[in-house]
Write a protein of this length. Structure first.
Length: 198
């Protein structure tokens, strides 16, 4: 294995030498160097090809990220800020951009955020903060897209939050009842297996 590696490295060294300095054999073969003694395009291509083949043999191109996957965004129009958009998506960074866009995305996820609140007071604070930022964004004249996100009605949102909370509790109770009925129908061995599986 070591002999094979040395052999391939010696081929690379020969190609490097030929690129750095033309040999008389190359000149007699009909290849004319330019006036500065630089290698021809064929010699450079040969050097590059040898370097690529050796990298393939060493496995430098194995397990690259994206190997075997289609190239994304090939059909989209050119976006000069593609790299920052991909960084934001990959890192899931939020809160960047004009207020019109950030408020729109926050409005889409606001119900889930309200559902995670523990009390009506917390729901009111979240809604008051959201409405205050919507109103401030509408007053700003700094440019950017217009703010079309409406403020939320606190009273209506509290009623909807209570209804969703009652529905979630009802679903949890039904799920517990189903689990208890399934457990009651099990034999003691099945209960023991289910307990071990948890």
């Amino acid at each position: 294995m070591a002999g094979k590696k040395e052999r391939s490295d010696s081929r690379l060294n020969v190609a490097r030498y030929q690129v750095d300095r033309l040999t008389p054999a190359d000149e007699s073969a009909g290849e004319q160097p330019d006036t500065a003694g630089q290698p021809t395009m064929d010699q450079r291509a040969q050097y590059v090809e040898i370097a690529i083949q050796q990298a393939i043999r060493r496995g430098d191109f194995d397990d690259l990220p994206g190997a075997g996957k289609p190239i994304s965004n090939l059909r989209e129009i050119h976006d000069p800020d593609w790299w920052i958009r991909q960084k934001i998506e990959r890192e899931q960074i939020t809160g960047l951009g004009p207020p019109a866009l950030t408020l729109r995305t926050e409005d889409a996820a606001l119900d889930a955020r309200l559902d995670s609140a523990a009390s009506e007071t917390a729901v009111r604070e979240i809604l008051d903060d959201f409405n205050r930022r919507v109103i401030e964004a509408r007053k700003q004249l700094s440019g950017g897209p217009p703010v079309v996100t409406p403020p939320r009605d606190v009273g209506a949102e509290l009623v909807a939050w209570r209804e969703r909370r009652v529905a979630r509790r009802r679903m949890l109770e039904q799920e517990r009842e189903r689990d208890a009925a399934a457990r009651a129908a099990m034999t003691w061995r099945e209960r023991l297996r289910a307990k071990r599986a948890r």
